[in-house]
Design a protein around this ligand. Structure first.
Ligand code: FE
Length: 132
């Protein structure tokens, strides 16, 4: 699928840290409770670490207990894409950055019921917080 930002694999490898590359370009998952944002409580906008797109606001971040930063919804629906992911013997819904195609994490239907019921489970390595 074509995205607005198209770079070669070599370019991504050069621009991203190994952790960012593993998540964004190889759909990897950081180990729970190891990323820089799961326990972060600053106000601001979480941008894509690959392209800078505005992805998630701290206003929608909640304590999921999962060890990954968790949000009830994207900051702008048009900035993320979701699609079925049948890897690793599970059926999950993958969340990607619409602008660069980078893998962000998955969305699960077990979020706070008073806020839409979704849990966007996002890797810290895919995000860059622009604190207010
Ligand atoms: Fe991106």
């Amino acid at each position: 699928m074509a995205t607005e930002i198209e770079k070669t694999d070599a370019q991504w490898r050069e621009e991203l840290t190994p952790e960012q590359y593993a998540v964004l370009r190889q759909a990897g998952t950081e180990r729970a409770f190891t990323g820089k944002y799961w326990d972060n409580h600053e106000d601001g906008m979480f941008r894509c670490a690959g392209c800078g797109a505005e992805l998630f606001s701290s206003d929608t971040k909640f304590e999921s207990g999962s060890g990954w930063p968790s949000f009830t919804e994207p900051a702008f629906a048009e900035n993320v894409d979701v699609k079925e992911d049948r890897s690793h013997g599970m059926v999950r819904t993958e969340v990607t950055c619409k602008k660069c195609g980078g893998h962000l994490g998955h969305v699960f239907p077990d979020g706070p019921r008073d806020a839409g019921g979704l849990r966007y489970c996002i890797n810290s390595a895919a995000l860059d917080l622009e604190a207010k």
